[in-house]
Design a protein around this ligand. Sequence first.
Ligand SMILES: [Mn+2]
Length: 396
Amino acid sequence: MTDSFDPSPAAGDRFSFGLWTVGNPGADPFGPAVRPRISPTEIVAGLSKAGAWGVNLHDNDLIPFGASAAKRDQIVADFKQALSDHNMIVPMATTNLFSHPVFRDGAFTSSDAKVRAFAVRKAMRAIELGVELNAKTVVFWGGREGVETDAARDCRDAIQWFRECLDFLCAWTKDQGWDLKFALEAKPNEPRGDIYLATTGHMLAFIETLEHSEMCGVNPETAHENMPGLSMVHAVAQAMEANKLFHIDLNAQKIGRYDQDLRFGSEDLKGAFFLVRLLEGTCNRPAYTGPRHFDAHAYRTEDVAGVWDFATGCMRTYKILAARAKAFDKDSEVQQILADNHADPDGVGSMLTSYSASNRDQLEALQLDADAMAAKGHRYERLDQLAQEYLMGVRG
Ligand SMILES: [Mn+2]
């Protein structure tokens, strides 16, 4: 690594955090909060000082449930002043459709149509708040959209109701004349026993069934893909390839555990390396240009100082991994191994790009020796070791 490299975060890196991330006071299902709750305006100041660019929020991270209109307007005015004072923006807003007991059996997928109506109306108010704060993306994470027992309803009804609510909200948003993107976030379980539309892949398929699918994409979260042992890199790549990566929740997770929301890169550093490489544009491919959002929180062991260590760590790790990935891609030995594996001197790949009579005839006429092809090694042991050595900082 060159001496001039500085992993200090800056506004141009488009790093963002939710109010609920650095604001997490460390409560868990087995014990209460262990540190004071940092106020939204203090969070804006602290994130700005740490080098972040944006701050995201659920409606109720800022405005308590049931606050009067006057109280709401005062809170929003104070928050906007803090954003202005600290040169911070709100790139994304979302709706808390999981904390209030009214959502104990779902919001958009509740069997009770009145609960679904309440959820849609709460989302409308949260979208209005987002627009007031100049947010460009609205995230939907349906934490309660699931079941403990499938005796509760036919899952097909739940999916239909979810679609109806999103179609309603998309149409309402367009009717308001707002240019917003909706990003749907999947999670397989927790807090529900099973959550509908469990992975980013499920969500991508569901989006294609929406009336306004063009304004809907995904918000993959590392922990949510890793909990069931799936690859976050592959989920994000599929979303990018489909032009559906509208937002991202970066964090870390041990496979198979509860949703840990750990500091980015603190588990599965190699997975984080390949994720950052993908987001930044592997081998000069198009990069993801949206916010780099960290949806994580500090260990319960930490005091408030530890919260800022956590936030700074997320951003530094991302920048260090981005630099390591660029160096890896520039390595001539890496490039040679990739070129050898991708070599196509006879232009065979072009025959497969589309079906035609000509391509069919060329395909049928090809001399293909399966045994000769099978005899070739790919040198991925060497390639992966090179990746590891860049990751460990002993090469490049
Ligand atoms: Mn999570």
